[in-house]
Design a protein around this ligand. Sequence first.
Ligand SMILES: [Fe+2]
Length: 294
Amino acid sequence: MSAVSSPKSPEAVTLESVDLNPYIGTEVLGLDLSQPLDPATIAAMRKLWLDRTVLVFRDQDITQEELLRFTGYFGEVGERGLSATVYPSTAGRVLPNIMLISNIRENGKTIGALPDGEMNFHHDMIQTEKPHIASVLYAREVPSHGGDTCFASGHAAYDTLDPEVRSKLEGKRVFHTYQYGRTKRGDDSGTYDLSDQSAHPAFRTHEENGRKAIYVNRLMSVGVEGMDAKEGEALLNAVFDHAEKPEFVYCHKWKVGDLVIWDNRNSMHARTDFPSDQRRLMWRSQVRGTHKPF
Ligand SMILES: [Fe+2]
């Protein structure tokens, strides 16, 4: 009688991991992302990601193609948010769906987007109808200190939000807008595009885990539908101040070779300041949004 081998089920793989904050962020150990992952490992990784929102992989040495292959494990690879014209030809070879985030300047021009300094909390591409499900950052060059990316759990913030604030915003839609290049609320530098506006529920229900998360952010959310501007601004500020509390936030201190993927539906992220005279280069990819947020 010959032995029949059955395919490995997702339950067969247990990833070695360490949680980074009670609410958000887990480091995954022992995976080499330069190699293709088998379906059971991918399933286990996706499950962990849905549970923990942010996954960190250290010491990776990967190509742009390998970054896109990894990104594809989480859905369809999405287009980068910024126009290709942002990138001067000196950027070298950059695959179409990879965005450079960098302060490196060649011939007086930055080779990537969002070059300098601190950046307010935001959800990537929330100003669009179907924002990206996930974003991935891979560190190529990092400053000696600063430039951390901080991730805030939208579920933890929603679950603990002041009930009065929550009831006033429950069921309401919020407007979002973004000027490319803007890094702080109220800053009107950057390129303005009128098509970059959206309205989404103040609290988003995650399609895959069914939980609600706050879905407004300091950088891009500008008003509450059907509400007086002043009242809306006060409520939004109350949500921002609550959601950004340190207990809900994991701040990632980058080392070269770190790769981080986050769920853009139930988390927002921000960047801390860093020395402008030190080079920082990240590759970013993204997973296309499949739903209008609800
Ligand atoms: Fe971002």
